[in-house]
Design a protein around this ligand. Structure first.
Ligand code: PRX
Length: 675
């Protein structure tokens, strides 16, 4: 980006000229009547099988607001990807069903070029972890054909519209095919991150009472084979899973149960590649994605069809300036919301090529990402600050020997990108000319809600930017009054929110109300983030207001970590705090009371293993302190803030309310002697 003045960066003239959105009037236009703004976009951008009759409603119930977008409308997300994007003359052969003869209207694209799609355009590129293994490519026609075949196979197994299917797959093309096949036939998908433990899989499957699971025999991680089927077999114990579909990936030995297990390729081999898109109500469930929430609550977040499809599509077009020839690489695993929205749905809804990469960023060599960008001429790179910080530490050499000049937009998501990292990214990868969009959003918002638009700017390092046109974010103080510029407060979203906003918590409507709508009255959505606005309206996220720690962009609560620690028989209680980490943004630090029977080193190792097993290696604590007692108030509350101050050797303030002040010295000694 070109530096202009006062620490603000603006797009280059060339970029601005060609950008899909390059006039800041859009903000005013949208805020005048956001409902009319979204209504207009929904009509222009999406193909509706039946038009909607009411754009937005927000009925209050005992369980919080019942938000609806585009009521009365019927659509299918996959039809918006395939039939709607593939030019009309090519579109009919795979369409099938009674609608086969209807013409899909040519839709005027609100901003940006009309996409001249052909069915031979590449929709999906898949790069395997092993660079010697062959890249796979699917054209739009081929992808639709695979999606339809698998959708038919699911139907033949007995899966019905409205059922929920679990997907526990690594980053292989079948994860996209499975999600799209579910959306094709109106089946709700619940994707579980493949590195999650069997226990984490079980609780997710139990929550939605899924009867079907799609998994793989195994997958590769840093050259090792992970036996995913074994984890799946353990994870489905005590669930309602009746049938498990297995994709062949690693060819490893697995246990096979004939009555329960089905090979993906055998199921699809003889299926027809014609499957009509199910007619979905705008508010029908599209997917459920569980996340960690305040005070360790497990939140299976519900997203519905119409609003999500619209916001996924238009944010791609506006924020990443999607153009016809783009190759979009969102490095997120589809097991997370970024992977849902920007590795799969948004690029495909916009008719461009999306890239999925199976492996780790620096395996087998630190130039792996650069090689992938060069080989596939990636134009948009969307990733997390953790990855950028890692490359910053490796040094720009990782990118020096490859031609990465195809890149035209860089995106960041999931955590605060600190200014030094932003500046490094801008200089080394962006060559001081590419726009960097720092995008703020949440699993709950489904798609981006705060960012600087690349063709408009301004961008301020380490700050997310302005509310997206049509979205009204604000920062409130304790009394629910907007904070003055420069004053930190709680980040909130005001009506009409955004079309992709969370519609509920699966199976726990009271949690929906208590977590999101309980602070400032029934109309104000609470993000649980703290933020500051400057005089330009640019929002800077300053951290979480709850006990969530963002570790490498992942949401993990201190209470989840504490319960893993407390599983150890030698531990009676524990306190986890998040501390800054050079690469991962934040990392956990554990203080646990220990009975002193077993060897300390052994206990520490076992706790570490337990955390890795339940939350994945990313959550490995920086240090585990085994202590005799934790500092507590007289009412028994563990003083986590005090532990943080002790760790950073800060002034502890008044500790007279502690019931056990003598613990302070003991813990301090352990910290200073690193025991
Ligand atoms: O704390 C904010 C942080 O990530 C949280 C949402 O996490 P999750 O639901 O896992 O979704 C991550 C991908 C959208 C937010 O509440 N967060 C997200 N984006 C940013 C961010 N923090 C700072 N800057 C961002 N750009």
């Amino acid at each position: 980006m070109n530096k202009k003045w006062n620490g603000l960066y603006y797009p280059t003239k060339d970029f601005q000229k060609q950008a899909n959105l390059n006039n800041k009037k859009i903000y005013k236009q949208a805020s005048k009547d956001p409902i009319a703004f979204w209504s207009d976009l929904a009509k222009k951008e999406l193909f509706w099988q039946e038009p909607f009759t009411e754009t937005f409603s927000n009925k209050q119930t005992n369980f919080g607001p019942e938000i609806k977008w585009f009521s009365g409308g019927k659509l299918n997300l996959t039809e918006n990807i395939f039939e709607h994007n593939i030019s009309q003359s090519n579109s009919l052969s795979l369409r099938g069903g009674s609608q086969a003869d209807e013409a899909i209207p040519t839709v005027e694209i609100a901003s940006g070029s009309a996409l001249a799609m052909t069915k031979s355009k590449v929709a999906l590129i898949w790069e395997p972890e092993n660079p010697d293994e062959q890249t796979k490519k699917y054209t739009y026609e081929e992808l639709l054909s695979e999606v339809n075949k698998f959708a038919n196979a699911l139907k033949n197994l007995g899966v019905k519209k409205g059922d929920t299917v679990g997907i526990y797959l690594p980053i292989i093309p079948e994860i996209a095919i499975s999600m799209l096949a579910c959306a094709r036939i109106g089946v709700v998908h619940l994707v579980v991150f493949s590195a999650f433990s069997p226990d984490a899989l079980r609780i997710r499957l139990q929550t939605v009472k899924a009867k079907y699971l799609i998994t793989a025999d195994g997958y590769y991680r840093r050259g090792k084979t992970i036996n995913l089927k074994q984890n799946a077999d353990l994870g489905i114990e005590n669930t309602n899973i009746e049938k498990v579909i297995v994709v062949k990936r690693a060819g490893n030995d697995i246990i096979w149960e004939n009555s329960k297990n089905f090979w993906f390729d055998e199921l699809t081999k003889n299926e027809s590649n014609i499957c009509p898109p199910e007619k979905m109500n705008s508010e029908d469930l599209l997917f459920v994605l569980p996340e960690s929430g305040t005070t360790g609550q497990f939140l299976p977040i519900i997203h519905t069809t119409g609003g999500y499809t619209l916001q996924a599509k238009v944010t791609g077009k506006w924020v990443f300036d999607i153009k016809d020839g783009d190759v979009f690489w969102s490095t997120a695993d589809p097991g997370w919301i970024t992977g849902h929205t920007y590795s799969i749905y948004s690029p495909l809804l916009n008719g461009i090529t999306t890239l999925l990469f199976e492996g780790a960023p620096d395996f087998p060599t630190t130039d792996r990402w650069a090689k992938i960008i060069e080989k596939n001429k990636v134009t948009i790179l969307y990733t997390a600050p953790t990855a950028i910080r890692m490359f910053k530490q490796y040094g720009a050499e990782s990118f020096k020997n490859c031609d990465i000049s195809s890149l035209r937009v860089l995106g960041s998501v999931g955590e605060i990108i600190d200014a030094p990292t932003w500046l490094w990214h801008n200089k080394e990868i962006g060559k001081n000319k590419l726009p960097i969009v720092d995008t703020y959003w949440q699993t709950e918002t489904g798609a981006i809600i705060i960012t600087s638009l690349p063709g408009i700017g301004p961008t301020k390092p380490a700050c997310a930017g302005l509310s997206l046109p049509g979205v009204n974010m604000n920062i409130f103080d304790e009394n629910g009054k907007p904070c003055k510029n420069g004053v930190e407060g709680n980040l909130v979203m005001l009506p009409p929110y955004c079309p992709a906003i969370v519609r509920g918590i699966f199976g726990a409507p009271e949690k929906y109300k208590n977590v999101y709508w309980n602070l400032y009255g029934k109309d104000v959505y609470i993000t649980s983030d703290r933020a500051i606005k400057d005089k330009h309206g640019i929002i800077k996220i300053t951290g979480r207001a709850d006990d969530v720690i963002k570790i490498a962009g992942r949401r993990i609560t201190t209470s989840e970590l504490e319960s893993a620690v407390n599983n150890h028989p030698e531990i009676s209680e524990s306190a986890v705090i998040g501390i800054p980490d050079e690469i991962k943004g934040s990392t956990p630090l554990v203080f646990a009371t220990y009975r002193g029977v077993k060897n300390k080193d052994e206990v520490t190792k076992e706790i570490e293993q337990e955390i890795k097993k339940s939350m994945g290696p990313i959550a490995t604590p920086k240090k585990i302190y085994l202590v005799h007692e934790l500092p507590k108030t007289r009412s028994g509350k563990i003083m986590r803030t005090l532990l943080k101050k002790l760790y950073f050797n800060e002034n502890l303030g008044d500790i007279s309310t502690l019931s056990n002040p003598e613990t302070i010295e003991a813990i301090k000694k352990q910290i200073t002697t690193n025991l």
